[in-house]
Design a protein around this ligand. Structure first.
Ligand code: FES
Length: 143
């Protein structure tokens, strides 16, 4: 193999690797995203274990459930920070959701207490399913 052939095959191999990595990244993004939306379900029994003003994390549904002390209203939020998508943590001493990535903070109603996030936590809506399941949607049910 001469020098020219070696460079030609080397560049071809490198180009193929770059295309393969890009395709894998796109496929992973598409399938991860659509798969997550399909799994936002949980058992209705979970609601009976909610304590007032103590958020419950449902990692398999990618959500937080919050039952407010004032009115027993139950609210669901996406567990991804609206800034760049890191998963928020609950700090029970400070009564705030905290993002470990860049320090955004949110109150129990999902409102921004500290940036860089400029939007509140994404609200999710519970819709009853057959049997003992509830499903979370990012849009309110149409009436
Ligand atoms: S991803 Fe949460 S503050 Fe940046």
């Amino acid at each position: 193999m001469n020098k020219r052939s070696f460079l030609k095959y080397g560049l071809l191999s490198l180009s193929s690797a770059v295309v393969a990595m890009g395709t894998w990244g796109i496929a992973k993004f598409v399938f991860f995203d659509s798969g997550r939306k399909k799994r936002r379900e949980f058992s209705k029994e979970v609601l009976s274990r909610l304590q007032p003003d103590v958020p419950m994390h449902l990692p398999e549904a990618g959500a937080w459930l919050v039952k407010r002390r004032d009115d027993d209203q139950i609210t669901a939020f996406d567990d991804r920070c609206p800034h760049l998508g890191c998963r928020e943590n609950w700090n029970s001493e400070r009564m705030l959701f905290e993002c470990p990535c860049h320090g955004s903070e949110f109150d129990l109603e999902g409102n921004v207490r500290r940036g860089p996030a400029s939007r509140p936590m994404m609200r999710l809506y519970m819709i009853g399913q057959d049997g003992n399941k509830l499903r979370l949607h990012d849009k309110p049910p149409s009436s």
